[in-house]
Design a protein around this ligand. Sequence first.
Ligand code: NAD
Length: 362
Amino acid sequence: MPYKVTLIPGDGVGPELADVAKECIDATGVQVDWEIQPAGSEAHEKFGTPLPPETVESVRRNKVALKGPITTPVGTGFRSVNVALRQELGLYACLRPCKTYAGVKTYFPSVDLVVVRENTEDLYAGIEFQEGTDACREIIDSVSRLAKKKIRPDSGVSIKPISVSGTRRIVQFAFDYARANRRRKVTAVHKANIMKFSDGLFLRTARAVAQENPDIEFEDRIVDNMCMQLVQKPELYDVLVLPNLYGDIISDLCAGLVGGLGVAPGANFGDDGAVFEAVHGSAPKYKGLNKVNPAALILSGALMLDHLGEKQAAKNLENAVAAVIREGRYVTYDLKPRRDDPAAVGTREMGNAIIRKLQGVE
Ligand code: NAD
């Protein structure tokens, strides 16, 4: 029986990357019945919404999706499809493996980290009060009264909720992931020394969950110290689990450690499904130019195969990508020593080289 998977090509460079990623996944020999569904700017023009309900329904039904990047217009236009999809599908865990591949230019040759980011709470919960509004004045008055602290009347306010249940769920996810992937340690990252009732709760809850998972080592780090340690000795770390905002920042730091966006895959998990996507965005200026690196989306596809239980195919796909990068011949501009190297190939040609590796032709 083929696996039914929703494929959301997205917009910008998304469709050309999705085409290549799909073909690479097919070349592993795993039978996938792709259900192609629109989202993003073209869907907006065609259907009047950037996230048609059929697209969400398809992911709900199939429980697995591979997704290209989607543009979020600044200031005007539709709200972020990525955020909407996460909310609609309850995708509470964002997973970003960051691994150095030989052949990628980086100062850090042996990084192999996994960042697990909580995706629903914290300063990203979207609870904000605009400066000067009645609601904001009311919040400022209430806070002054309840916390006995003065907030300047010309302030805007963003609220940072972190719950015991949300923290339990994400920390347990990190332990489950560590166990399933033979990882040895989970590090919880926080600023509990300053924010005692949000980050403090996160740390306290993480410690309690760690006690229920004694087979895996646990430690914690304060986020500023974590940043310094990651750029000094990243090899000491394994699985990191973080609240939403720190997770956002640290996952980009870790993508930088391993050579940038072209090789950074990702996945979002919820109780009812999983969406696999590259860390990078829709790079609109390269749309249709057959230029950008397909590796991040193909490696996201390898994470998807692993999630489906196709462990060997996942490994084969990752190895094929790693071999093409290591050889450095059929790689896109971003993986060349100089970005204007005329020997750089396009998205499609790099994908074809990966397919040839999978087929054992080269
Ligand atoms: P971006 O990741 O799209 O591009 C930034 C730069 O990184 C590009 O100009 C390019 O130089 C490089 N780059 C990105 N992907 C690459 C690849 N595969 N190969 C080689 N080089 C690559 O970031 P941005 O410009 O900040 O965002 C563009 C749009 O994408 C925005 O609308 C943003 O909201 C959206 N976005 C979407 C997602 C998503 O769909 N998950 C994620 C991030 C950003």
